[in-house]
Write a protein that binds this ligand. Structure first.
Ligand code: CTP
Length: 427
């Protein structure tokens, strides 16, 4: 086996199956190239009936590989898989997944899938009936058991007038998971299979009147990345989303909310059914004491109204109070240090005050944290002994370096998965 790791551009093979979603694969090529990858497109013969080779060749800057009898002396059907750092199959049709699950190697793509030892990401697209058919369900289970990351399809409009689960997730979402796999240089474990996860994300809006509100700068990206990665690792994920403009992660159930009290109700109603609860939302601590029924008008003089604010509930504290003994609760904290104490000291105080198991700490400086695509965090794990900077506190400290939010999310799930494993070991 040849190691695919290259110091320069990672080599990504994009397999394209023969489904109508193949038209979106052109954008997938662009997104993968934007990650700095060298992309080789291997469409099936059927895929080339939907999108011409010239499109893929122009976008990737490389010849496409389809059948094993082209350029035989270079043995491309073997070295393409051997040299790859990652294989992405988008769209993965029911037929293609069946052939891959059964080890067929009758074209360039299936041969490449059989040869490679690199991580494989499959992005299904098909009609709902095909996705739900026991044959496909069994093939997906086989592929996942072998370490292939098979995303759930998105729910929405299909080829005809019908809609349901079966749409290919968007190229931007595919690229985000591909980026994570390239970072890990390994398959994603399905270590959250059967774990029920409840996550909040976004920033609450507190109405002043019908046109104005108080809010914060949270985009929801970190919470959405946590949801996407948890689902990709097998979890059953519900995402309570406050005022986000992000794509629904494949396989995730989204509950939209607006203000802190709605978010409070949505989380408390669902926490009983969750094994892991993550409070990534930026919840407004205060709201206007009253919401004016009509737009607040200027008065004749130069004066301005004084806003009276009242406290919102602390959702995290109430979730901790309502917890089941076997439940794991993860809080977030956006912190800055000051003359009084450093970030970690404030974070330890917050972990103790909130009573959660883990606290994911964003140092809000240097472009980190809010409304960015990359992030760096410190994960404090309550009462887990001392590693690194945790000396004397009893809290373990995991530093997650600056990187894409999916990579940060996966590192957080690594800590959560360790805690779950430690608990089931102890139990
Ligand atoms: N949080 C919450 N409900 C609130 C405020 C915050 O559930 N009303 C949660 C956040 O989702 C986060 C954690 O509490 O998981 C910490 O949020 P943060 O804003 O850092 O802390 P605060 O409790 O607001 O404390 P302070 O702003 O005084 O640092």
């Amino acid at each position: 086996m040849t190691s695919g790791a290259s110091a320069a551009a990672p080599r990504v093979v994009l397999g394209v199956g023969g489904g109508i979603a193949a038209y979106k694969s052109a954008e997938v090529v662009r997104r993968l190239a934007a990650l700095g990858a060298q992309v080789t497109v291997t469409p099936t013969a059927a895929a080339l009936r939907f999108v011409g080779a010239a499109t893929f060749e122009a976008l990737s800057g490389r010849p496409v590989l389809t059948d094993v009898f082209t350029d035989v002396p270079s043995v491309a059907h073997v070295h393409t898989g051997q040299d790859a750092d990652l294989i992405v199959v988008a769209p993965a049709t029911a037929d293609l997944m069946a052939r891959a699950a059964h080890g067929f190697a009758d074209d360039m793509l299936t041969a490449t899938l059989l040869v490679t030892r690199a991580p494989v990401l499959m992005v299904p697209a098909m009609h709902t009936e095909m996705w739900a058919h026991p044959a496909t369900v069994a093939n997906v289970a086989t592929l996942r058991a072998r370490g292939v990351v098979v995303l759930d399809p998105a729910v929405g409009r299909l080829t005809g007038p019908d809609s349901g689960p079966g749409r290919m997730p968007e190229p931007e979402q595919i690229a985000a998971v591909a980026e994570l796999l390239l970072h890990r240089r390994d398959a994603l474990p399905r270590d959250l299979e059967g774990v029920r996860v409840l996550i909040s994300a976004g920033g609450t809006r507190e109405d002043l009147d019908p046109v104005r509100y108080l809010t914060n700068r949270s985009s929801g990206r970190q919470g959405f990345a946590l949801a996407q990665v948890a689902a990709s690792r097998g979890a059953d994920v519900t995402l309570v989303a406050a005022n986000t403009a992000l794509l629904t992660p494949p396989g995730v159930h989204v509950v939209p909310v607006t203000d802190a009290r709605e978010l409070h109700t949505a989380m408390l109603d669902r926490t009983g059914a969750a094994d892991v609860v993550v409070m990534a939302a930026a919840v407004a601590d205060f709201r206007p004491a009253t919401r004016a029924a009509a737009k607040i008008k200027k008065t004749g003089d130069d004066g301005a109204p004084t806003l009276e604010l009242v406290r919102n509930p602390d959702v995290l504290v109430d979730l901790v109070a309502a917890r089941r003994p076997d439940q794991l609760i993860v809080g977030f904290a956006a912190e800055t240090g000051d003359a009084g104490a450093d970030v970690l000291t404030y974070a330890r105080e917050k972990l103790a005050r909130k009573g959660c198991d883990l606290l994911v700490v964003n140092r809000v400086d240097g472009g980190r944290g809010f409304d960015t695509t990359d992030n760096a965090v410190t994960v404090l794990s309550a009462g887990r002994g001392t590693t690194g900077a945790g000396e004397g506190s009893g809290d373990a400290v995991t530093e997650v370096p600056f990187g894409p939010k999916t990579v940060v999310a996966s590192a957080v799930w690594d800590v959560v998965a360790q805690r779950i494993a430690a608990r089931s070991g102890a139990g």
